[in-house]
Design a binder for this molecule. Structure first.
Ligand SMILES: [Ca+2]
Ligand SMILES: [Ca+2]
Length: 440
């Protein structure tokens, strides 16, 4: 099959010839009848264009030379393709696909001045002009895994029009099957026009300075970076880096290695380090300062809750002095706490515990008594507590204890009378505790 298409664009004459070359030996003739035929989807999915080349293996052309290209359709699946005798409609089977090709001028200046719209950088030009009947002769044959159907797609350009330089010719092959299958596979070929000297200089990769990132979990941190590469001939290139930008980087230092290759195969390497560290201290959770009543002359046993969490380490011990459960002496005690993560970042915090001695507790007790509606009892309970206060203030402990004992005795006598049992019990408990605090 041979199709010829001629296009005229801006005075440029382009002739395309697409011919199918049935390669001798590429196809094993037919003992396929015993095998089940491949589905169209399998056939279209397996065939890919590869090995784009010029017939004479030339990669360098002079102005005026005809450019001609060939490629192969290769069975890229791991199993043989068994081509059916008839197609979906019962007609003689043939593959239908389309080819799309374009020419790209490589290097810092991608323009081809005299051929503006047709073959600009990435400008597309449909070499096939649409559907082609590609593989006549295949029905009933088997194409083994890796087997090739040689394809000739010859494109003739008036290379007089081309600036000297490096070029890349692309061919896309798009199998078409009722719109059901829509995959494009590409092959490409680099060549020069006009005696361009070989490019022996690799690209230059621009990598960032070493990066320090804060860990956001025990897994490390997601870190993004920007890398670029420039080649004197090919222009801007996209480097290939590992680990990729945006990846999770573990705690510690990871070297990111980048490579970039130009169209002449010169490779550049560059690297930089990403260090993920935990520099943030744990977060302490401490109680607010609080007060408690002494239960003896020694003070009171106090328990409290202190904890810490760290972004990286999770729950972290909070170490406090005095420890929870210690006996706190009467007066103010500062509890100092620290929490240290595995990276030795420390957080510090403190709170105050105030232990009330006898005078303060008596003052509280007076407030309590004064809050009760005592009626006939009048101020006798209040007065006994005030006396106790005065004796304590003047260092007369025995008299203070006697006054407080008298208070306790009156409370007991009024239980269920001038005082409710609950009131009497509360006053008695406080007074007994104060007695303990005053001591022997
Ligand atoms: Ca280069
Ligand atoms: Ca930390």
């Amino acid at each position: 099959m041979k199709a010829r298409l001629e296009l005229a664009r801006g005075g440029l004459r382009i002739a395309v010839a697409i011919c199918v070359l049935l390669g001798a030996g590429a196809l094993a003739p037919g003992a396929a009848s015993a095998e089940s035929t491949s589905s169209l989807e399998e056939i279209y999915a397996a065939l890919r264009p590869q090995n784009l080349r010029t017939p004479t293996a030339r990669t360098a052309f002079d102005a005026g030379d005809a450019l001609e290209f060939q490629y192969d359709l290769v069975n890229t699946s791991a199993t043989p393709l068994v081509i059916p005798l008839t197609d979906f409609f019962g007609a003689s089977f043939h593959l239908v696909g389309s080819e799309q090709s374009w020419l790209e001028r490589l290097g810092p200046d991608p323009t081809i001045p005299s051929i503006p719209a047709v073959i600009g950088r990435k400008g597309t030009w449909y070499a096939s002009g649409g559907a082609i009947s590609a593989v006549e002769g295949l029905p009933g044959n088997t194409l083994p895994a890796g087997g090739v159907v040689p394809r000739g797609a010859s494109v003739f350009y008036s290379t007089d029009e081309f600036p000297t330089g490096r070029y890349r010719f692309h061919v896309e092959y798009k199998p078409v099957f009722g719109g059901l299958y829509d995959v494009i596979a590409e092959t490409r070929f680099d060549f020069t026009i006009g005696g361009v000297p070989p490019d022996g200089t690799p690209p230059v990769i621009d990598v960032p300075s070493d990066i320090l990132a804060e860990a956001t979990s025990s897994a490390g941190a997601l870190v993004s970076y920007a890398v670029s590469a420039m080649d004197a001939v090919d222009g801007s290139l996209v480097p290939d880096c590992s680990p990729v930008t945006g990846a999770m980087f573990a705690l510690g230092t990871t070297t990111v290695s980048c490579t970039a290759s130009d169209s002449a195969g010169n490779e550049a390497l560059a690297s930089f380090d990403i260090t993920v560290a935990d520099t943030l201290a744990p977060s302490l959770t401490l109680p607010a300062s609080f007060a408690a009543d002494a239960t003896s002359a020694l003070g009171a046993d106090v328990t409290y809750s202190a904890s810490a969490t760290d972004i990286v380490d999770g729950a972290t011990a909070a170490l406090c002095t005095p420890a929870s459960g210690s006996t706190f002496v009467i007066g103010d005690t500062t509890v100092s706490c620290t929490a240290t993560d595995a990276a030795r970042n420390s957080a510090r915090g403190s709170f105050t515990v105030h232990i009330k001695g006898a005078p303060e507790q008596i003052a509280d007790l007076i407030v309590l008594v004064d809050g009760y509606p005592l009626g006939k009892l009048g101020s006798s309970l209040h007065d006994k507590l005030v006396s106790t206060q005065r004796f304590l203030a003047s260092g007369k402990r025995q008299q203070a204890k006697e006054s407080l004992a008298s208070f306790i005795s009156q409370v007991a006598g009024q239980r269920g009378k001038g005082l409710t049992p609950a009131q009497a019990d509360a006053l008695n408990a406080a007074a007994q505790r104060i007695l303990n605090v005053i001591g022997p």
